[in-house]
Design a protein around this ligand. Structure first.
Ligand SMILES: Nc1nc2c(ncn2[C@@H]2O[C@H](COP(=O)(O)OP(=O)(O)OP(=O)(O)O)[C@@H](O)[C@H]2O)c(=O)[nH]1
Ligand SMILES: [Zn+2]
Length: 229
């Protein structure tokens, strides 16, 4: 059984953030529950992982969790919290950097003594869903940026929540992580849920002509640390 997340820790946003859109902190009384399901070996191009399915009992969302080594005894293992992106992760869309970040994360975790990748379903398009994400892409082809393209549809810029992550890490007996992300707001959202982010580990990808404007907006307007000129 999963234990509830620890009391939220309030973390101040960095002063240099341009526009911060942090997921609202989870109420300690959140009704979200996840159940641990089937577990099996998962050989990948990067090596062998243990795969576990965690199901949110209210929504039925099934999250895939890949672990490497004994994360319960490791000191702040590497962790990647990856938001589902069918276009990038499965089809290698060049509009975003998701697919490359996913592969890079698996590679880094495989090379570490212990680590975990949480593949969060239901977060397509920063939580607006696949259809609205495709509309957002069409709007971006008309000159809107990734933020405006959500707003034009009357949708939140980032609707993702990370409640399930706190439950899953707690179930895995992981209380501190070195988080693979370029997004400081993701660190803050997890900290607010009681997950200790000991370090942010960048997952940088080489920009391409197709995703440069998107990455630029993430850096300039969403506070991602992408090291773009
Ligand atoms: N609405 C919308 N969602 C997008 C777009 N491009 C990618 N996504 C979604 O963005 C999510 C990934 O978020 P990112 O902003 O790339 O990165 P992040 O997870 O906040 O930060 P990292 O940990 O550094 O990857 C996935 O759910 C994608 O489906 C876009 O143009 N519009
Ligand atoms: Zn993507």
């Amino acid at each position: 059984m999963c234990t509830p997340p620890k009391a939220p820790v309030v973390v101040e946003a960095p002063k240099d953030a341009v526009e911060r859109r942090v997921t609202p902190p989870l109420s300690p009384r959140s009704r979200l529950r996840v159940t641990r399901g089937e577990e099996t070996r998962m050989p990948t191009a990067h090596g062998d992982f243990d795969a576990v399915c965690y199901t949110e009992t209210n929504s039925g969302l099934e999250h895939l969790v890949l672990t490497r080594g004994d994360v319960s005894t490791a000191q702040a293992p590497l962790a990647r919290v990856h938001s589902e992106c069918a276009t990038g992760d499965i089809f290698g869309s060049r509009r975003c950097d998701c697919g490359e970040q996913l592969q890079k994360s698996l590679q880094l975790i495989a090379a570490a003594d212990a680590g975990v990748l949480i593949y969060l379903r239901g977060q397509e398009g920063r939580g607006i869903g696949l259809n609205a994400k495709l509309t957002a892409y069409a709007l971006q082809d008309q000159g809107r940026d990734t933020i405006e393209a959500n707003e034009d549809q009357g949708l939140p810029v980032d609707a993702r929540r990370y409640d399930a992550v706190a439950h899953i890490l707690s179930d895995l007996r992981v209380d501190a992580v070195r988080l693979l992300t370029n997004n400081p707001a993701k660190c803050e959202a997890l900290e607010a849920l009681g997950v200790r982010v000991q370090e942010r580990v960048p997952v940088l990808t080489a920009p391409t002509p197709e995703n440069y404007k998107y990455l630029r907006t993430k850096q300039d307007r969403m506070g991602h640390r992408l090291e773009l000129d």
